[in-house]
Write a protein that binds this ligand. Structure first.
Ligand code: FES
Length: 97
């Protein structure tokens, strides 16, 4: 093992996990997560070395609508995120840093 030389300023984890609609844990983030992830990737294409965006499985806090997004190193967890929230997610991630 060795440390990587890559040093992103922020790392956004976007839940894209989908469950069947009849799952007792609800349908998960699959209805919104892929669109949020794709929009964040497009929006950060020019700054991809500083802002990493990664699609993930369940982040453990499943919203009834939208998807979950975790912001690192801010240690923040946003829920009910939908595609139109992407500019606000980026502003919160990059604001003042
Ligand atoms: S399915 Fe997305 S946080 Fe659980």
């Amino acid at each position: 093992m060795r440390p990587s030389t890559l040093r992103p300023r922020v790392h956004l984890l976007v839940c894209t996990h989908a469950r069947r609609p009849d799952d007792p844990l609800r349908s998960g983030c699959g209805a919104s997560g892929p669109a949020v992830f794709a929009t964040l990737k497009r929006a950060t294409a020019g700054i991809a070395a500083r802002v990493w965006v990664t699609a993930t499985g369940c982040l453990g806090h499943c919203p009834r609508t939208g998807c979950s997004v975790v912001l690192h190193p801010h240690n923040e967890h946003l829920v009910e995120v939908v595609e139109v929230d992407v500019p606000a997610v980026l502003a919160q991630s990059l604001g003042g840093r």
